[in-house]
Design a protein around this ligand. Sequence first.
Ligand SMILES: NC(=O)c1ccc[n+]([C@@H]2O[C@H](COP(=O)([O-])OP(=O)(O)OC[C@H]3O[C@@H](n4cnc5c(N)ncnc54)[C@H](OP(=O)(O)O)[C@@H]3O)[C@@H](O)[C@H]2O)c1
Length: 285
Amino acid sequence: MNTQTRPAPKSVAQEHEPAQPVRPAPLFGPMNRPLQDLRGLRIWLVGASSGIGAELARQALAAGARVALSARRADALEEVAAGHKEAFIAPLDVLCRDAWRDQHARIVQALGGVDLLVFCVAKYRPERSWEVQEEEAEHTLRTNLASVYSALGAALPEMLARGSGGIALVASVAGYVGLPGASVYGPGKAALINLAEILYSDLRPRGLNVYLVNPGFVKTDLTDLNDFPMPALQTPQQAAQAIWRGIVEGRFEIHFPLRFTFWLKLLRLLPFRLRFMLFQRFLLK
Ligand SMILES: NC(=O)c1ccc[n+]([C@@H]2O[C@H](COP(=O)([O-])OP(=O)(O)OC[C@H]3O[C@@H](n4cnc5c(N)ncnc54)[C@H](OP(=O)(O)O)[C@@H]3O)[C@@H](O)[C@H]2O)c1
């Protein structure tokens, strides 16, 4: 009988363990590596066919980045990319695992690699807890949350092997606290926030940048379903500017507009009893 135990195969991260891990961020200053600008950056933008993602793609292309645009609607991606020779169309349904790997391979072949993956995908509909439909809820959570693991599976090995690159997850302030009406969307976004924190701890010491993007209300197809007044509503242009500014400055959490996110962050600090009292008083009819 062979008593010798074979060593477990090394993961990509173990194989490429840096000799000198990147030092933890100082108490003050940027938590990620700041960039000069976006020129030449190879960006994979998933969710680029409309709203915030489309505007992120337009602004990055205008700033001289090389952008691979993904989403299901190829015609909408073509429109966003129109006139930019540095744009690469990579249609993708985030629920299809094989498509992630196939498109990643195409993008690496076309651009030579990915310096930044931006996950800017979501499905949303306002619904109170008694309105939730099981199948629809599962589909939303697979789209908004579970598919991120396919994104990581596709993009991380190459970034870890190089010891550079970045992942930006677009979550939402709806993930800060349990807001009535966001019965499925909110928990998915809260989990994305949690995941971004874990990714930062895991990946920053290996030289990668991790960004957590928490927008307030932005006027897009997604929020057009809301039938309530949306305070501090921003345009997709304003949102994309804030996101690129945060990434260039090397911030970890990029949240905006401050006059709105400040109050939500404060709400998160309140004891549950007080929070629920405020919801009853101001939010619920
Ligand atoms: N608007 C806001 O107020 C707001 C606030 C906070 C956070 N956010 C977040 O910002 C991100 C962008 O939202 P948005 O407001 O710009 O909404 P949007 O215009 O509806 O954009 C959603 C994007 O997700 C893509 N998508 C949806 N399902 C997909 C799938 N199965 N496979 C591939 N792509 C898929 C859509 O493309 P296809 O339909 O072509 O596939 C589209 O490009 C989302 O993560 C959202 O949660 C938005």
